[in-house]
Design a protein around this ligand. Structure first.
Ligand SMILES: C[S@@+](CC[C@H](N)C(=O)[O-])C[C@H]1O[C@@H](n2cnc3c(N)ncnc32)[C@H](O)[C@@H]1O
Length: 306
């Protein structure tokens, strides 16, 4: 196993709620290194249609190689793209709808060693943080270009950072002396802007880095788009599951699934979110904040992708 190997989170639980069957159409919108994909394909007996997307081409290629080698008879399509474009990705792959849909949100372990500044523990790396390294504004663009109020809003909204204004002010002060390009420069500014009394259980840079990553990749907008398209993307009886890693995402998923339930478009597969067992958290600390929610579409108002 590579040092950076990504351990799939809530693997058995996810396959159990999705219940993929031979011959079905699966959309894995965040295929990553293919950990969940392999388990899903296994449960399908290697028979059916598998449509996978990821914004990161290295991760996508890794998943493609692993799944294709093990399940050569699976009809698979690999798309470097945004899961929020699920409708066009499915129709481009010749599918009217998905029977099974999975989103395993956020970054993968491979990103921490990608050299793109995802980890505050890598001071020399450039502040990039894009999943798709070829497209869009980087974290450095935001740190150096956004107004103080915008920075504060990013840290507050996406990081729930209570010292958001102080940190934004310190960044704007620091960039008067020169651009901020590296992870270490940003972490130093964050550390020095906090009052000595600010007691933290976690590293003070954690929330700032999470917030920047969410902003750079438009993570909440993507999730919102996919959730609102679910009735059009999913077939009757289709099962959709989302694994989220922080409360902002989980709240969006919870509310969207509750609305689908209220309108009769879906049933909740689990009343409460599924969380990892203690043994999983011990083996894979990254799983500690994971929450899995899933729905089954009833068919009411469902329509096939045009
Ligand atoms: C937690 S990892 C998925 C891991 C995967 N389930 C596995 O078992 O290997 C999340 C992946 O989603 C990708 N990603 C994040 N946002 C995305 C988006 N909007 N569209 C497509 N892929 C996205 C990331 O590049 C990353 O590879």
């Amino acid at each position: 196993m590579k040092e950076t190997a990504h351990i799939p989170v809530l693997l058995e639980e996810t396959v159990a709620v999705l219940d993929p069957k031979p011959g079905e159409t699966v959309f894995d919108g965040t295929v990553g290194s293919g950990g969940h994909a392999l388990a899903i394909a296994e449960k399908m007996g290697g028979q059916g249609t598998f449509i996978a997307a990821d914004l990161d081409e290295v991760n996508l290629a890794e998943a493609k190689a692993a799944v294709t080698e093990r399940f050569p008879s699976l009809s698979a399509t690999w798309v470097r793209g945004n899961y929020a474009d699920a409708r066009s990705i499915l129709s481009g792959a010749g599918a009217d709808f998905a029977d099974v849909l999975l989103l395993d949100l956020g970054f993968s372990s491979a990103h921490l060693t990608s050299g793109r500044g995802f980890s505050f523990a890598k001071p020399e790396e450039e502040l990039d943080m894009r999943y798709d390294a070829t497209n869009g504004a980087t974290a450095a663009d935001i740190v150096n270009g956004a107004a103080e109020s915008e920075l504060a809003e990013i840290f507050w909204k996406y990081g729930e950072e209570r010292f958001s204004r102080r940190i934004a002010k310190a960044i704007v002060e620091a960039r008067k002396k020169g651009k901020i390009f590296r992870v270490g420069e940003l972490t130093e500014i964050v550390y020095s802007s906090l009052p000595a009394s600010a007691h933290r259980k976690i590293n003070p840079a954690t929330r700032v880095f999470q917030a920047l990553r969410i902003a750079v990749n438009g993570e909440l907008d993507n999730l919102r788009r996919l959730l609102s398209d679910l009735p059009e993307v999913m077939g009757v009886n289709g099962r959709a599951a989302v694994i989220s890693f922080h409360s902002l995402e989980d709240r969006m998923v919870k509310n969207a699934f509750r609305d689908l339930q209220k309108s009769g478009e879906a049933e909740l597969i689990n009343k409460k979110p599924v969380v990892p067992k203690r043994s999983e958290v011990l083996n894979n600390p990254r799983s500690r904040s994971a929450k899995l929610r899933a729905v089954r579409m009833t068919g009411k108002k469902n329509k096939k992708v045009e």
